[in-house]
Design a protein around this ligand. Structure first.
Ligand SMILES: [Zn+2]
Length: 196
């Protein structure tokens, strides 16, 4: 995956080693929105020049929340912020460290498909196989506003597509048949009720 190594080396990378994940500052943790919720179905707004401070403050919090969960990706709407911003770290050898993607856009996808069992921090303990393009090229800005482009395959490609979906109000269950989706949503509702 040659494109992956061109990942931006942002300043938050020292928060992302596995050791660091164990000493996450609890003050950084944000509550995760659980489905169904209006913000998870809404299209998030592009990050503009006036949002700089917001996204800078949000990035370490989203990363901490993702690592703590633990998860490999998190989109701003999942922490109740309707802006086009995602964080991703699949935490595998050879993969880029933490990625903070502002206004990510899919530029191209492969015809070749890949199927992974997906889960989502907004649908705790629910999993299903989802088929998506195997390779994806995305454009985005990093925290300093620098334009980046990344080509990803494997789990990273799936993760990035899953997170960008969140910015468009789409959940992984929306890729399933209505029957499967309803089954999962009913199961989730039941389990959440039990927790309350
Ligand atoms: Zn998700």
């Amino acid at each position: 995956m040659p494109g992956l190594m061109s990942a931006p080396d942002d300043t938050s990378s020292n928060e992302t080693s596995p050791q660091a994940a164990e000493r996450i500052d609890p003050a950084l943790l944000l509550p995760i929105v659980i489905a169904p919720s209006a913000i998870l179905k809404a299209k998030a707004k592009p990050v503009g020049p006036g949002d700089e401070d917001t996204v800078r403050a949000l990035a370490p919090k989203m990363l901490a929340t993702m690592y703590k969960a633990p998860g490999i990706g998190l989109a701003a709407p999942q922490v109740n912020v309707g802006l086009r911003m995602v964080v991703v770290d699949i935490q595998k050898a050879g993969s880029p460290g933490p990625l903070v993607m502002i206004n990510p856009e899919v530029v191209s996808v492969s015809q070749e498909l890949n199927t992974y069992e997906e889960g989502c921090l907004s649908l705790p303990e629910q999993f299903a196989e989802v088929t998506r393009p195997a390779v994806v090229t995305v454009r985005y800005q990093d925290l300093s506003g620098k334009k980046e482009q990344l080509t990803a395959d494997g789990l990273l490609a799936t993760c990035i597509q899953h997170e960008i979906d969140h910015l468009n109000g789409v959940l992984f269950v929306d890729h399933l048949s209505a029957l499967k989706r309803n089954m999962i949503m009913r199961k989730l509702a039941k389990e959440q009720k039990r927790k309350d």
